[in-house]
Every structure is written in structure tokens, then in C-alpha cells.
Design a protein around this ligand. Structure first.
Ligand code: UTP
Length: 325
């Protein structure tokens, strides 16, 4: 089995954090998004992976080599962001005859992969969502997918494709991707993986679905914070320190410093970050950030950022009403 992980994108929706880091290296629940994916792969004994890099790709290469040396990693560069279909097409030279497991680089998932890999046909991870209009969706017939539609304008199905694809017929995927590019088949102006998979279905390939209840998107600030919350609830990290009130769950890296503060719930404090005399809840503090005398909620603080507040000096008279916004 080979994992294919596209990580080339600009991560526009997560600016300003993605000015200096690719989206997949942003910290969530104690490690980079990509780290959660790679840990899952290693647990499932998948040690071959192709990374499709682009924007700030060197940082991805460095991270994978230093943190996951046990993975035999190939890196291919997507020089233009032409869509997911194009990204996977770029990776074709690294395909072997083995099955593929394609995972979007910004998707944290909690699925029993052993069950998925037992399937005898290709299978796509789906989740029922209220508003499928921003996803690709699967239309089912007799237990298999009859049609895949990217960002449907009419409500044909609520089964959204959440970014996990188990492909057994690698040769046919290669053919379909090659056809997609050669015939310039685009939807919403991009080469879509969904359209390549539809070509496979058109050629008679049986493709089924598997349910993904545990799907945690990291594409924008709000979903990144929700995913942080989920991961902290799941992992029960221990943190205790004198003069710090901890409202669990929280994650504090070994090299971080937290003093005279109240942190939690749902706070990640990454490596070498410093938090002093502050109150922080539902936030991610990235490596090297320095926070002093501040109250933060629902915040993402970038690497090495400096946030310094000030306590107020007040001489408030009887019956006065003061509200700080
Ligand atoms: P997204 O569209 O969510 O990621 O693609 P993005 O483009 O980085 O984010 P925004 O929209 O600008 O905020 C999902 C995954 O597919 C990869 C992305 O890197 C991300 O991991 N991708 C997408 C590619 O590698 N190449 C592409 O052409 C498109």
C-alpha cells in the first residue's frame, strides 16, 4: 500500500498563519496536522508515501524526513495549483502496482482502516452532511457508487467525499487521470479527482463507499480550533504546574513555559512557547510564541508571535459601571 498525500495548496483560508508555514504543518492538538495523518499511517503499517508538494514544499520535506524517517517518502512537485485531479496526476511516476490510499493533507480522521483495506473494490470515505454543495458527493445505486458529482448545484446526495480514497485498481486510476488531463476535463475550472474517479466508474470499475464519522477538517480557523478541541478531548494529555490553573483538556509541550496563568479548556501550547500571567481558553499557541498579561479565547497565535497585554489600573467609585469590550 502506498499513501498519496497532496499538500501543495496555498492554504489561503488560513492566512496569516500560512504566510510562513504550509497549512499541513500548522499545529493542532499538539502536533502538525500532517503529523496526525502520518502517525495513523505508521500505526496501520503503511510505510510508503508520496507527497505532492508545492507552496513551501521544502518545509514539508524537512518535517517528514526529520519526524518520520521510517516512512519511505517520495516527493513530487506540482508547479501549478490546477486542482486535486492534477495533483494526483503529478504523482503517477511514483505509483507502483500496489493499492493506493489517497488522503488530503489537511484532513484529520478517525477511521478503522483495517476494515477499509479488507474491501475487495475501491472505496471512498463519505460522511452525511447537511449542506453538500461545497463537496464532491456520491450517488449510490445497489450499494455501489453510480455517480460522483463535484460541488452539486442540486441536492442529489448528502454523502460528501471527505478526502479519503482507497484505490485498488491503480492502473485504471492512472489511465483515468491521464485522460482527464489530456482531454482537459475540468469542473469549476479545476482538474477534479472526483471527475477522474467518475471516468473509472464509466469504464466499469466497481467503487463503493466507507463511512467516516470521525472526520475533522482543518481548512479554516474555526474548523482548526474545533479539531484541536476534538484531539485534546481524545488524547487526555497531562499537565500540572505550580501557580497554573489548568482546566482540562489542554496540551502543553515539554519545552513550553506556562506560569501564573489559567489555561483551558481546549488549549494547545506548542514547543518553546511562553505563557505568563494570562488567561487562555480554546486556542492554539504555536511554537515560540510569547504571551504575557493577556486574555485570549478562540485564538490562533502564530510561531514566534509576541502578545503582551496590560492589567488595568482602576479607581472605581461606588455604584460605578465599567465594561471592558
Ligand atoms: P484545499 O483546497 O482545501 O487546500 O485542498 P488549499 O488550496 O491549500 O486551501 P485554500 O482553499 O487555499 O484555503 C485540500 C488538500 O489538497 C491539496 C491541498 O494542499 C490540501 O492539502 N491540493 C489541492 C493540492 O495539493 N493541489 C491542488 O491543486 C489542490
Amino acid at each position: 500500500m502506498r499513501a498519496i498525500i497532496p499538500v501543495a495548496g496555498f492554504g489561503t483560508r488560513l492566512k496569516p498563519h500560512t504566510y510562513s508555514l504550509p497549512k499541513v504543518l500548522l499545529n493542532v492538538g499538539g502536533k502538525p496536522i500532517l503529523g496526525h495523518i502520518l502517525q495513523k499511517l505508521v500505526e496501520e503499517n503503511i510505510f510508503k508515501a508520496t507527497f505532492i508538494t508545492g507552496y513551501l514544499g521544502d518545509k514539508v520535506v524537512e518535517y517528514v524526513h526529520s519526524e518520520y524517517p521510517q516512512i519511505k517518502a517520495d516527493f513530487v512537485e506540482q508547479d501549478e495549483m490546477l486542482g486535486l485531479g492534477h495533483a494526483i496526476y503529478t504523482a503517477i511516476p511514483t505509483f507502483d502496482d500496489d493499492e493506493l490510499f489517497i488522503i488530503l493533507g489537511d484532513t484529520v480522521f478517525d477511521v478503522d482502516l483495517r476494515e477499509v483495506f479488507k474491501q475487495t473494490s475501491s472505496s471512498i470515505g463519505v460522511k452525511k452532511v447537511k449542506d453538500p454543495s461545497r463537496f464532491g458527493v456520491a450517488v449510490m445505486k445497489n450499494g455501489t457508487i453510480s455517480k460522483l458529482i463535484e460541488k452539486p448545484e442540486t441536492p442529489v446526495s448528502k454523502l460528501a467525499l471527505v478526502g479519503l480514497y482507497y484505490i485498488r485498481n491503480t492502473k485504471l486510476l492512472k489511465e483515468a487521470l491521464t485522460e482527464l488531463i489530456a482531454k482537459e476535463i475540468k469542473t469549476k475550472d479545476e482538474f477534479q479527482l472526483t471527475d477522474a474517479l467518475q471516468l473509472m466508474i464509466n469504464k466499469g470499475e466497481k467503487v463503493t463507499t466507507f463511512p467516516v464519522e470521525g472526520w475533522y477538517d482543518c481548512g479554516k480557523a474555526e474548523t482548526l480550533l474545533e479539531t484541536n478541541k476534538f484531539l485534546l478531548e481524545k488524547n487526555h494529555f497531562e499537565f500540572k504546574s505550580e501557580n497554573v490553573v489548568v482546566i482540562p483538556p489542554v496540551y502543553v509541550a515539554k519545552t513550553a513555559t506556562v506560569e501564573n496563568s489559567v489555561i483551558g479548556p481546549y488549549v494547545t501550547v506548542s514547543e518553546d512557547a511562553v505563557v505568563k500571567e494570562s488567561i487562555i481558553k480554546n486556542s492554539i499557541i504555536n511554537p515560540g510564541a510569547y504571551i504575557e498579561k493577556s486574555m485570549l479565547e478562540n485564538s490562533i497565535i502564530g510561531n514566534n508571535a509576541l502578545i503582551k497585554g496590560n492589567y488595568k489600573k482602576l479607581n472605581a467609585g461606588d455604584s460605578s459601571e465599567i465594561e471592558f469590550q
